[in-house]
Design a protein around this ligand. Structure first.
Ligand code: SF4
Length: 323
């Protein structure tokens, strides 16, 4: 299986350049690992609007005129500059498969930014909000793979992110060719992956590809492009993924030994308990696919949604699902 290079936007301070307000860079093992495989676009909204490096910090303040992005030490209000930067950057961005933004930043943060009642003093108000740039990204790309570097330290979240990013990149490559035969093949190759994520959306995609309304190729691709991200709106449920794995194992029921079946069952239990990522039981089935040569499973992206080299086991437990 060959993999296209996904195009992903990273906050520049995540290992690309020492551009934080204090002149520092953020070390992120997850980002360091992933970035080698991606076509990286690396904005630093604060540096790019001319705040300089280093610079005095900025914060989001609730005022009578709404939320404002201000620099307490100078009293400067950079809200309009930041909104203008976000609009222009996203207008000119072009095709993109995902975003990895810096958590807690009043510019890049996605969900966890402090909000203040006053520009110069006082502690944070209750609740967290998106940063000015992060919020604009979420608004412009509501269905995209968007994470912060903190969440990517969790292996399940990382797997989900990588699966979305590579599926998006594969589909973009296909879109460039606009071939119906290619789309039929894409749907077939992703069948088990979509099944693990969302069977209702999988069937919806199947109906779009079947094209009983005889729409033009462009219209079919347009509808498919709109629906595809909805498949990945949530991480796959453990039970759905396990059902797909058991379906895959069924192809080998007469070939493998009772011990091998037991080994897979243990691995599925570890996955269900959140002790290992999905890639662990997937790799057992993949080994059987290679051994017994089953072309149908060989082509399924479910067993290899992204390059193997991107699998690394380190895990913070942050954001881990429990059911
Ligand atoms: S969080 Fe965003 S604005 Fe702040 S230093 Fe990093 S890239 Fe720049």
């Amino acid at each position: 299986m060959d993999f296209p290079e996904p195009r992903v936007v990273f906050s520049r301070c995540l290992g690309f350049e020492a551009c934080r307000y204090n002149g520092q860079i953020i070390a992120s093992e997850a980002v360091d690992h992933l970035r080698k495989f991606f076509d990286c676009v690396t904005p630093c909204p604060e540096a790019d609007i001319g705040l300089g490096i280093p610079r005095d910090p900025i914060r989001i303040v609730r005022t009578a005129e709404g939320l404002r992005l201000v620099q307490p030490s100078t009293g400067r209000d950079v809200s309009d500059d930041m909104q203008g930067f976000a609009r222009d950057f996203l207008d000119q961005l072009g095709p993109v498969d995902g975003f990895v933004l810096k958590s807690r930043s009043p510019s890049c943060g996605l969900t966890d930014v402090k909000l203040f009642g006053e520009a110069s003093k006082g502690s944070a108000l209750p609740g967290k909000i998106p940063g000015f740039f992060g919020g604009a990204v979420l608004e412009r790309f509501p269905q995209a793979a968007i994470e912060d570097e903190g969440r990517l330290t969790n292996f399940s979240i990382r797997e989900h992110f990588l699966t979305r990013v590579y599926t998006s990149a594969r589909f973009r490559r296909l879109e460039e060719r606009s071939s119906m035969a290619g789309l039929v093949q894409f749907q077939a190759e992703n069948k088990l992956l979509f099944m693990a994520y969302n069977q209702t959306r999988m069937r919806e995609l199947g109906r779009i590809v079947a094209n009983q309304e005889r729409l033009s190729v462009g219209e079919v691709f347009g509808r498919y492009a709109e629906t595809l991200p909805l498949v990945f709106a949530k991480q796959p449920r453990f039970n759905s993924a396990i059902n797909v794995l058991q379906h895959g194992a069924g192809f080998f029921k007469d070939e493998i030994s009772a011990r091998e079946k037991g080994f897979l069952a243990d691995s599925l239990e570890s996955y269900r308990a959140g002790r290992v990522p999905l890639s662990v039981p997937q790799s057992i089935i993949r080994a059987w696919v290679a051994r017994f040569d089953v072309p149908y499973l060989e082509q399924q992206t479910f067993f290899r949604p992204y390059p193997e080299e991107l699998q690394f086991i380190s895990d913070s437990g942050k954001g881990r699902k429990t059911s």
